[in-house]
Design a protein around this ligand. Structure first.
Ligand code: ZN
Length: 286
């Protein structure tokens, strides 16, 4: 794990999954200028100053700032360490994480061993609605993931995709119609939806998606297909947790971003029609 991934690890990782942190350990001294003099200053691995996390008071993802006593614990040291954060937006909610840090053969390892409040299951309203009858499977899958049982979690997630693939492709078809995509491509997605073989359905749909529906050139359907195709065989709990997290992101993108964008575009089309009618009516009065 790179140092830049540490903040996300603190907030989202399941407990008891040690990771090697790619940093050189040990306090080093460097010369820095202080009031016109060069002085020696100690530097170490800094605690991430800010993390991003869902806030129950703000009801959205916000930035949380390190909330310890200044001078007490800004640097990661060996042993067990408590790292507190507070929501910058409301200042009311706090979040604590405990990590264990040790050296092994000159490498730094960190392990999250505690978190308060405990890892929750974020179910944005649109996403919950889209999951429908699969909501229970999602909660079971996420509960397994939070306990570090990635293999179990992946089995639940594969089942969710099996059960909701028709809806997922429905979202894609609606988005493509709204975006005036190529008629052949829309037809491909329709055929994919009607198909029987799961792998073929998702693969066909992934290939038909137009460039303007790919966020930053990424294709959430190809990602979902690739993740699904990896299968459970021979993977560790930790690797399965990573697949589950990626599947979760792809599904949430499709069910919330893509769906809202389509509905937003449709609403604007209606509104624009009325605006044009009003303008035409006013102009004809002159
Ligand atoms: Zn807040």
């Amino acid at each position: 794990m790179k140092y830049s991934e540490l903040a996300k690890y603190l907030v989202e990782a399941p407990l008891y999954q040690p990771k090697q942190l790619e940093v050189a350990f040990g306090k080093t001294t460097e010369l820095v200028e202080h009031q016109g003099f060069l002085v020696e200053e100690e530097s170490g691995i800094p605690v991430p100053e800010e993390v991003e996390r869902y806030c129950t008071t703000c009801r959205s993802a916000t930035n949380w700032r390190w909330d310890g006593l200044p001078g007490s614990a800004e640097v990661i040291e060996l042993g067990l360490k408590w790292i507190p954060y507070r929501c910058r937006n409301c200042g009311k909610e706090s979040f604590s994480v405990w990590i264990r840090v040790w050296l092994s053969e000159g490498k730094v390892f960190v392990e999250k061993v505690g978190q308060y409040p405990k890892l929750g299951i974020a179910l944005p309203a649109d996403f919950e609605e889209a999951l429908g009858a699969s909501r229970g499977l999602y909660i079971k899958g996420m509960t397994s993931r939070h306990a570090g049982y990635g293999i179990g979690a992946l089995a639940y997630f594969r089942r969710i995709i099996d059960d909701t693939i028709a809806d997922i492709l429905g979202v894609l078809e609606a988005a493509m119609v709204e975006a005036d995509a190529n008629a052949d491509a829309i037809d491909t997605v329709r055929r994919a939806r009607a198909g029987k073989v799961f792998d073929e359905k998702v693969k066909l749909a992934a290939e038909a998606i137009p460039p303007n529906l790919k966020p930053g050139g990424m294709n959430p359907f190809t990602d979902l297909y690739d993740l699904y195709s990896i299968g459970l065989h021979g993977l560790s709990d930790e690797e399965c947790c990573e697949i589950v997290d990626a599947m979760d992101e792809a599904m949430k993108y499709i069910y919330t971003e893509l769906k809202n964008r389509t509905e937003g575009a449709a609403r604007y089309k209606d509104a624009a029609m009325k605006i044009h009618q009003t303008v035409a009516k006013l102009r004809s009065r002159k």
